[in-house]
Design a protein around this ligand. Structure first.
Ligand code: ZN
Length: 216
């Protein structure tokens, strides 16, 4: 969804950022080893995401939510807020949110945070003394809201996956968790690794295919 809005996915760059493997800046180990480098990376991502605008696919999904209300369950692996910018009210961010932070020590809830912590690089602190970290599901961490997601998959009658590579678990198996005769639709420019789980596939960019598919 968001690659078409100019949000880098890092797949095209061989998974590298300034010579670092993404795992080296997006994991609990990286946070322990070099939190400044981690905040540099996420500050760069915040900067890039704040310049991005929703594309026609985000807007079509937001219009669909207006029509279907709670019958639409929207779950994303993207950490930007382009669905919200497009007008979507109920978005489950299973990999976290770029514009939120949380404490790495206490259970204070995640909070809105647009700050850039890169010049000068000083790690923000919580009142408890813990360090403030990005509210992101890193490599090796458990995605958010899985219980709610599986709850929604069970009665699902139309499953629509957009632009995902079909490699990253557990999301890659969601289409296989939909029971019965549900339509399982994939939209994206490339064949996903889990293509066998789908009953229909529409090749193309989300911004072109989704609005046509949803009749908006
Ligand atoms: Zn704290």
């Amino acid at each position: 969804m968001s690659a078409e809005s100019g949000i880098p996915t890092f797949r095209g760059t061989g998974g590298l950022w300034e010579g670092h493997r993404i795992e080296e800046v997006a994991s609990p180990n990286a946070w322990r080893r070099d939190p400044r480098l981690v905040w540099q990376f996420y500050s760069m991502r915040r900067r890039a995401a704040s310049a991005a605008k929703p594309n026609p696919a985000h807007l079509a999904i937001a219009r669909l939510e207006k029509r279907l209300g709670e019958r639409l369950f929207l779950c994303t692996q993207n950490v930007d807020n382009l669905h919200e910018q497009a007008g979507s009210k109920n978005v489950v961010h299973m990999h976290g949110e770029l514009f939120k932070s949380r404490c790495d020590a206490c259970d204070r809830p995640p909070f809105a945070d647009q700050n850039l912590y890169d010049t000068p690089i000083e790690i923000p602190r919580c009142e408890c003394g813990g360090r403030i970290r990005p509210h992101i599901c890193w490599f090796g961490e458990v995605p958010f809201e899985l219980e709610r997601i599986y709850w929604a998959l069970n009665p699902c009658t139309l499953f629509l996956a957009v632009g995902t590579s079909g490699v990253v678990e557990p999301a890659a198996s969601f289409a296989g968790s939909v029971v019965g005769q549900a339509r399982r639709v994939y939209v994206g420019p490339e064949q996903p690794a889990n293509a066998y789980l789908f009953t229909e596939r529409y090749a193309g960019n989300a911004g072109e295919v989704i609005p046509a598919l949803l009749g908006t």
